[in-house]
Design a protein around this ligand. Structure first.
Ligand code: FAD
Length: 490
């Protein structure tokens, strides 16, 4: 690691006096916070392991006084480089690690709300709510390792989004330290609230650029009494999509509707209890939850729809509540959860895209993929949340020299999604990784307004600078290519 210059050394001395042992500058601590799951590596100059909102506010106030960057960080499971310093050449900025602020302050079983600190792991909150008969629905696949603060900052979602929505739909209110160092309370403790501008919704999804979330008040639901999961194989992806749309248009709203294309299915087919015939076969997983009788009826109707629309194999519903049923559900979900790991293991170059398109255009998006593969000579694995149009496109190649082609193909996919009325990211956010692509989706006037909001809240640009917006000097018009080159990848 390069030695800190005199200014950095002075700053570290100042922060050390201020925060004592909570300021971490040892190599292991810095290295642990120099990466997330994006593949980028950016070393901070120091880490503050914050234990209170007061410390957070003090750090941000000092950042304004002494002109250094503060980068909020949860568990570092992000896929967009959002919790990393922006500079690529030497240590910079102070990473504000919020994982030690991890208390579940209160679960109110009468008001059906939870008050939590940002470092609580999402899975821990779900378990704590479950223990008192309540349900926190957002279910990013990373829920065992990611924090509620990170989920709120990225508006994380998962399979349950089709029925229950994303993190945003459960944040009633929050406390945050603004980029000026002032602490605020935004939102409400109630189910409704329409007073003033909705600063809660502005902060949720702002990727740590407009405020540091220090506490959240979350909406909980009664826990569904039962859930049942069904897996169906179709001759091809188009048939699978037709079944998914029919299930919804015939009045069902499953709590998950996932799909795997033929390539994904070949990678994880060994986890299914039957052999999948046919080279083009696609898998659909559907889950329904609620009252046991209703779940039983609904899953039977969904199974009938799948048969009517040509399912070649159906793994009958596994219903929660018994040991066999729980094990059956787990076995089905394991198939889905294993896909990205197996793609990662099987391919030398792997870029995960998480575009989303309107549900009715999923088939068009999928139909365009062979053209992208042929144009760039790469391979695409597609799976994801069919119920909400969020498709995980995993663009791959078997040789590192082909990375530029994979990147060009990724931009092609993004442009295709936009042409179909979609968005460039359904879940992972923009961070550093996609900031060059932002002008493809956000028109110039809207981009100017968004930059204006950042300047209003963060006049000195100290909070997570360089994220979301294209780098200074880049035009706000559509890019020729992403300016963040692979040479910055770790
Ligand atoms: C295996 C795997 C599966 C995943 N599956 C999903 C999925 O299904 N759905 C999905 O949406 N994402 C998924 N992700 C991405 C990632 O888990 C989410 O983006 C998650 O919300 C990040 O939480 P984190 O605590 O790790 O935040 P970090 O990665 O530490 O930070 C993410 C962003 O949030 C900001 N931030 C963190 N905490 C705060 C805070 N308290 N206040 C203000 N800003 C803050 C950071 O500055 C950064 O911009 C997955 C990632 C992996 C590795």
């Amino acid at each position: 690691m390069p030695q800190p210059g005199p200014r950095t050394a002075d700053l570290l001395a100042l922060l050390g006096r201020e925060f004592g042992a909570d300021l971490l500058i040892d190599a292991a601590a810095l290295s642990a916070r120099s990466r997330d799951e994006s593949g980028l590596v950016r070393q901070p100059a120091a880490v503050l392991l914050a234990r209170s909102e007061t410390q957070v506010a003090r750090l941000v106030t000092l950042a304004n006084a002494h002109d250094f960057a503060v980068i909020p960080r949860g568990a570092g499971t992000g896929l967009a480089g959002g919790c990393l310093p922006q500079a690529g050449n030497g240590p910079s900025g102070v990473v504000l690690d919020l994982t030690a602020m991890n208390r579940i302050i209160d679960i109110d079983t009468q008001s059906l709300t939870a008050r939590v600190e940002p470092g609580v792991l999402t899975g821990d909150l779900r378990s704590a709510a479950r223990a008192v008969g309540l349900f926190y629905p957002p279910d990013p696949a990373s829920l065992a390792t990611s924090t509620i603060g990170g989920n709120a900052a990225t508006n994380a979602g998962g399979p349950a989004c089709v029925k229950y929505g994303t993190t945003r739909d459960y944040v009633l209110g929050l406390r945050a330290v603004l980029p000026t160092g002032e602490a605020i309370r935004a939102g409400v403790n109630t189910r409704k609230g329409v007073v003033g501008y909705d600063l809660t919704r502005l902060l949720v999804g702002s990727e740590g650029t407009l405020g540091v979330i220090t506490e959240l008040t979350l909406k909980l639901l009664p826990h569904p009494k039962a859930a049942a999961c069904l897996a169906a194989v179709f001759a091809d992806l188009n048939a699978a999509m037709r079944a998914i749309i029919s299930v919804m248009t015939r009045g069902h709203l499953p709590s998950a509707m996932e799909f795997l294309d033929a390539r994904c299915l070949r990678l994880v087919g060994d986890l299914l209890p039957f052999a999948v015939a046919g080279d083009e076969s696609a898998l659909v997983l559907m889950e329904t939850d609620g009252d046991p009788d209703q779940v039983g009826r609904e899953v039977a109707e969904i199974e009938a729809i799948c048969r009517e629309l040509g399912a070649t194999d159906i793994l009958p519903a596994a219903t929660s509540g018994t040991e066999a049923g729980d094990a059956g559900r787990e076995a089905v979900w394991k198939v889905r959860r294993s896909v990205s790991t197996r793609i990662h293991e099987a391919c030398a170059v792997y870029i995960p895209e998480d575009i989303a398109v309107p549900i009715g255009r999923i088939a068009d998006m999928i139909a365009a993929l062979p053209g992208v593969e042929a144009r760039h000579g790469i391979t695409i694995f597609a799976f994801g949340h069919a119920g909400d149009g969020n498709i995980h496109l995993n663009l791959t190649a078997q040789d590192e020299s082909l990375r530029p082609r994979v990147e060009a193909a990724a931009e092609d996919c993004v442009r295709l999604a936009l042409a179909l009325g979609g968005t460039i990211s359904g879940e992972h956010g923009i961070g550093l990784v996609k900031r060059g692509l932002l002008p493809l989706e956000i028109e110039p006037v809207s981009l100017r307004v968004q930059r204006g909001i950042k300047v209003l809240l963060d006049p000195q640009n100290v909070l997570n600078p360089g994220k979301i917006f294209p780098p200074d000097g880049d035009s706000d018009g559509p890019p020729d290519g992403d300016s963040d080159g692979p040479e910055e990848n770790g």
